[in-house]
Design a binder for this molecule. Structure first.
Ligand code: KE4
Length: 428
């Protein structure tokens, strides 16, 4: 029996599904998850010491590659002075100032320990600040596992075909309006009907949890104008896109300014961290200043903050994002070229350091189009690439991530592997 199989059987005895987050379980693609033993740069080695080129990168945080020496050193230097204090530190001010400097829509920011905490609190803040209850989210977008957001959500829920979670009382989601991503008319109609009851719209400004789906022209602009017209708050959930698609997230790419932004993943460099921030007048509603309560034992954890500060500093190097976008686009274009050479219906897209692959002839702009792609062929592709030592997301509904350590040789090795895999797929 392989070591991964052995570990998975053992894990299933003590952990539900053998994993601490569902999408890791390979349930939608089948087979046995690879248990990571160590990682370095663009690679990880599994429990059988097999090396993989990693395009998950911890679902976004590993933008500098795994175990970047300066980030590891920052963690070590912080840890020797204590792991957590439950009291304020200067480093928390430093990372707050760095994030405010980099995200123009953020005037004040509060750190938490995950993306879920960030979005959960952003919703509560919007409701508290407006005195309204209804929220708008979009089918296929995933904002973490807070109750009122687990409705027609993306990521693992979509992957396993249960987009609305069990255990959430109908009353908890009675105020959640779910619309179709990129449905401009649907947004206008919802505001026409519920305008004054809507506390906020929460959106992945570039979606990454129903695979990579970009906003069509006018979609984000409509969210902004409708929120402004009706006194609702616009929340950009940039947990995945923040410092991933560019130095200022999607708001930097589009010039569209949300009222609240949520962040996580990259800003912690792989350590547990999240954040929500926005206009100062909105943030004044947060305890201890205002009536919207939020707290966290490990919020602003000194070791996580040290990793985040070093990561953000390294991301500020001139040309970092331009180079990352070129590498990622080279991967996407290379995969398409290989698929075309073997007449496989396939497309790919990228924004900054994130990408999507689709077994359809054109790049989808809606969840329905992703669902209509050849999911079965994706599963075959996933496992064949895994056999080639290339690790893509184990779901047709997830985006992929490139780091600054995925150099030309790594990208070319991936494209060459895809050539061999597409040739096999073409033979049927
Ligand atoms: P966390 O609570 O997992 O830190 O963040 C939740 C979250 C919020 N918003 C967006 C846009 C996100 O993408 C996420 C989490 N992303 C998934 C990847 N699809 C995390 C992977 C997992 O659930 O294991």
């Amino acid at each position: 029996m392989s070591r991964n199989v052995e570990l998975f059987a053992r894990a299933n005895r003590s952990i539900p599904g053998g994993v601490n987050s569902p999408v890791r379980a390979f349930r939608s693609v089948g087979g046995t998850p690879r248990f990571v033993a160590r990682a370095q740069g663009p690679y990880f080695w599994d429990a059988e010491d097999k090396r993989y080129i990693d395009y998950i990168g911890s679902w976004g945080p590993a933008i500098l590659g795994h175990a970047h020496p300066e980030v590891v050193r920052a963690v070590q230097d912080a840890a020797v002075h204590g792991l957590s204090y439950g009291a304020p530190t200067e480093a928390e001010i430093e990372i707050a100032e760095m994030l405010i400097e980099r995200m123009p829509s953020i005037e004040q920011i509060r750190l938490v320990s995950s993306g879920t905490e960030a979005t959960m609190t952003a919703i509560r803040l919007a409701r508290g600040a407006t005195g309204r209850n209804k929220i708008i989210k979009f089918e296929g977008c995933y904002h973490g596992h807070a109750d009122s957001l687990l409705v027609k959500a993306g990521s693992g829920l979509l992957t396993f075909g249960n987009p609305t979670s069990a255990g959430v009382p109908p009353e908890f989601v009675a105020h959640t309006i779910v619309l179709d991503y990129n449905d401009i008319e649907g947004v206008k109609a919802a505001f026409a009907t519920h305008g004054k009851e809507i506390a906020c719209v929460i959106v992945e400004p570039i979606a990454g949890n129903m695979n990579l789906i970009k906003p069509i022209t006018g979609f984000l602009e409509t969210l902004r104008s409708e929120c402004t017209a009706h006194g609702a708050l616009l929340i950009f959930d940039e947990v995945m896109t923040g410092f991933r698609v560019g130095p200022q997230g999607v708001q930097g790419l589009t010039g569209i300014t949300p009222d609240i932004t949520t962040l996580a993943k990259v800003i912690g460099g792989g350590m547990p961290i999240g954040a929500f921030g926005g206009r100062k007048d909105i943030m004044q509603n947060i305890a201890p200043l205002g009536g919207v309560y939020q707290a966290g034992t490990l919020s602003g954890n000194p070791v996580a903050v040290a990793a985040g500060i070093t990561t953000l500093r390294l991301l500020s190097q001139p040309g970092f994002y331009e180079d990352l976008a070129v590498r990622t686009r080279k991967l996407a274009d290379g995969l398409v070229a290989m698929a075309r050479a073997h007449n496989i219906p396939f497309s790919a897209d990228s924004v900054g350091g994130m990408f999507g692959v689709y077994f359809s002839n054109s790049v989808p702009t809606t969840l329905a189009e992703v669902s209509a792609s050849n999911i079965d062929m994706f599963k075959t592709f996933f496992h064949a690439m895994l056999d080639e030592g290339v690790y893509f997301a184990p779901s047709a509904y997830e985006a992929g991530f490139v780091s600054s350590t995925h150099d030309d040789n790594v990208i070319q090795a991936t494209v060459d592997a895809a050539d061999r895999v597409f040739a096999k797929l073409a033979k049927g």
